[in-house]
Design a binder for this molecule. Structure first.
Ligand code: ADP
Length: 483
């Protein structure tokens, strides 16, 4: 079945440069992770295509920056409306190329559209300040101006939301963009670009360059002084390379990198609520989320109760192709991701953990892995220090709050942490002590377009979402004056 028949969407497969769909000289395949069969062939962008896209964005910059904020807002609002209308088609497209269950994909389509709405609302709220200098000698006037051409690099785990979370604020701020989607999931990005054109985005303001060679194509754009901003969501490993490249032209960066979220359950927690939260924090998107709970620290007094209830819910989850309505957990995105999960679980089992559930990849075609619950995981097990990116929950027991906080903080990452307790003072005390950009306090989900999303330590730099996410695409200009 063609991708159009499968999704009901007319999905472009070219490169979008300066308002024209270009075919490119070669193509690369996009696979269906549930069958390992090709879904479509998309144009394979080169360094020269990427530089053309940068030139197109640069040419569009003066016009877009000068476009009245209300007009930019109206275009983003139209994009929101169109995406809501086509949410089901976008969900099917994401299930097809990423593998996620339709339920997860529907959630993402709605969440992704909300970034267009939020930033349509923010586009008309870009305010400066005016104050009298403390010396009384002059006035201090500040304004936020568009930073310039922005390079947006997105991962495959949330192919729509990670794109709209960057495109929304960039466009609201007045910045044209070049979007470089992940090679596993370019189709969603291409469909979004088509939707944005339909919503009225002028030529050159949104460009898309898919490529099977991200290292060379991105390096060329990072080396181009016309690009003034780079926003990346992906692994810390690639983030480090990009930060090195950004140094050359002193480029502004926003980096949303890896996570290793601890999920703390205290003895005074509401265990039913903790199980619900754990299901969302661990199993949403099959565990393929940088916010996924990666390590469960559970108080010894409630660990058996939690494990039993959590295992029962996991056992009831159905593993299958994402596009099958009854599926709870789709396949992982590719073989590399699955073999990483296999290696981590095998390592944990070899060093003394026990699998209360799952612990292996099923014998079937497609990159599937079973929901897995591991108890008695050794504190130095690699699975606790590595982003798992799969439906695997390792449990470590604790008896002392200070230990739980210390272990949770013993990581180079600090994106999000989850805390379950009914004691308000403990909840706030622990939230304050955790080295993390975001906390889910008695909640298994933190993402919201209106909230500042981002990490501390090696989980990243800057914030996406909220008003802060818009300011990442602006420069503050200060004018000293008097009258
Ligand atoms: P993940 O582990 O989630 O696949 P990656 O960091 O590998 O995350 O990928 C995130 C994005 O970074 C993708 O768009 C990918 O194409 C891009 N990417 C991967 N390697 C490089 C690189 N060397 N330089 C620039 N971008 C890269």
């Amino acid at each position: 079945m063609s991708i159009t028949e499968l999704t009901g969407l007319d999905v472009p497969t070219g490169l979008l440069i300066g308002g024209e769909w270009a075919k490119g000289n070669a193509t690369f395949p996009v696979l269906d992770p549930a069958t390992e069969e090709p879904l479509a062939e998309v144009a394979d962008g080169t360094v020269s295509d990427a530089l053309d896209a940068v030139a197109a964005a640069q040419a569009a910059l003066p016009g877009w920056a000068a476009t009245p904020p209300r007009q930019r807002a109206d275009i983003l609002h139209r994009a929101f409306v169109l995406m809501k209308e086509r949410a089901e088609q976008f969900a099917r497209l994401m299930s097809a190329e990423n593998g996620k269950s339709l339920r997860d994909a529907r959630g993402e389509a709605a969440y992704a559209a909300e970034f267009f709405r939020w930033y349509a609302e923010e586009a008309v709220r870009i305010e400066g300040t005016l104050m009298r200098a403390p010396s009384g000698g002059n006035r201090i006037l500040t304004m936020h101006q568009p930073i310039g051409v922005s390079l947006l690099i997105t991962p495959w785990n949330f192919p729509a939301a990670m794109a709209t979370r960057k495109i929304g604020p960039a466009l609201a701020a007045g910045c044209p963009v070049v979007l470089k989607p992940a090679e596993d999931t370019p189709l969603t990005a291409l469909a979004l670009a088509a939707l944005l054109r339909e919503a009225g985005v002028p030529d050159g303001v949104v460009n898309v360059v898919n490529t099977s060679d991200p290292a060379s194509v991105v390096a060329a754009m990072m080396n181009d002084s016309r690009v003034r901003k780079m926003s990346f969501t992906g692994s810390t490993e690639v983030g480090r390379i990009l930060l090195g490249q950004a140094a050359r032209s002193v480029m502004s960066t926003s980096m949303e990198l890896g996570g290793n979220a601890p999920f703390l359950i205290f003895e005074d927690a509401d265990i039913d609520a903790a199980v619900e939260g754990a299901l969302i924090a661990k199993m949403r998107n099959g565990g393929e989320a940088c916010t996924a709970a990666n390590r469960f620290y559970v108080h010894d007094a409630v660990a058996d109760q939690f494990n039993q209830a959590f295992a029962a819910r996991l056992r009831a989850m159905k593993v299958g192709p994402g596009l099958d309505e009854s599926t709870d957990i789709g396949p992982l995105v590719n073989e590399e991701t699955r073999s990483k999960v296999v290696g981590l679980v095998d390592g944990a089992l070899a060093s003394g953990a026990s699998a209360l559930l799952g612990g292996r990849a099923p014998e079937r075609r497609g990159y599937f892995y079973e929901p897995t619950l591991l108890d008695g995981v050794a504190a130095d097990s690699a699975i606790l220090g590595t982003e798992i990116f799969g439906p695997v929950a390792p449990v470590v027991r604790f008896t002392d709050e200070a230990d739980a906080v210390r272990w949770a903080n013993a990581s180079e990452f600090g994106l999000v942490a989850y805390v379950y307790t009914q004691d308000l003072r403990r909840g706030l005390r622990v939230s304050e002590a955790l080295e993390s950009g975001m906390i889910g306090l008695n909640r298994g989900l933190v993402s919201d377009p209106a909230a500042p999303f981002g990490g501390v330590k090696q989980s990243g730099l800057g914030r996406e979402g909220a008003h802060e996410g818009l300011l990442e695409y602006t420069e503050t200009k200060y004018i000293a004056t008097d009258w």
